[in-house]
Write a protein that binds this ligand. Sequence first.
Ligand code: PHE
Length: 339
Amino acid sequence: MKEEITRVLEAARSEIKKADSMHEIMQLKSRYIGKKSILNGLMQKLGTLTKEERPAFGKILNEAKVRISELLLQRDQEIKNLKYKKTLKKEVLDLTMPGRKREIGTLHPITKVWHEIEDIFISMGFEVAEGPDIEDEFHNFDALNTPHDHPARDLSDTFYIEDDVLLRTQTSTVQVRVMENHKPPIKIISPGSCYRNENDASHSPMFHQVEALIVDEGVTFADLRDMMNIFVKKMFGENIESRFRPHYFPFTEPSAEMDIICVKCLGKGCNLCRGTGWLELGGAGMVDPNVFDMLGINSEKYTGYAFGLGIDRIAMLKYKIPDMRLLFENDIRFLQQFK
Ligand code: PHE
């Protein structure tokens, strides 16, 4: 029996040496030391030996079992190491190779100007309000005192989704939404997208405005004029003057359009300002008492001003961009200049 055990041990040794996969190791394990293994078979035979012989053979058998499991473990480790080395060889890393450069994106010029405008007004105590791009006629026209036959309501100017559902043509809709829900004092700006059926070098069917609204006791036209002046200087520089021209908006009275002195020629007249020396920036005025009355704000007690400026136009002036459409083409060569 002793010889038999030695033979089994030798056979196991040489087979384990040859094994070169984890699968083979598993097979050898069950073959030599598992439940139905050769060694277990010999274990059964112990019963046929005399009482005196049994302990000695039992010991040898156990030692053989321990030895074989050691060999299996050792080979298993070797196989794992070999595999690891092979993988390392296959996946060589050349640390001297130059890296792949990852381009870092930039904020869009409109986003930059948008943030800058917000910062300027927040620093003067305004809160930022938002409203939906998809609106109804009440918020875009009716509550803004716009008569039913006003040309702006026409299909040729306004994108209607269905009857009474449209893409807002102005951020003045947010004035209405704020006044519906808040009592004065009100001091908000509202930047956002607007939509109109027009498309040329200075108009895009989707564009951006920032609305401002102040409602309180004793707000005057002089306050509006002053605020516009402060904004222009903060945005474009101390040397940039602004002016008001009389205008008409249904929801403000009196109304004005605001111009700034041409940022390119500083008033001398050039191609950017078409020789006039001035550039148009947006509309403004004192909130029409009709608007207050419609929204349940006491027009005897309160006055207010509002203005709406084109964010894209401000970006064009600030960065000297000649065509508004460039802002929306998303040409990386163009956008990268605003890093
Ligand atoms: N909403 C007007 C426009 O889009 C601008 C404006 C805003 C005028 C606020 C007066 C007051 O033309």
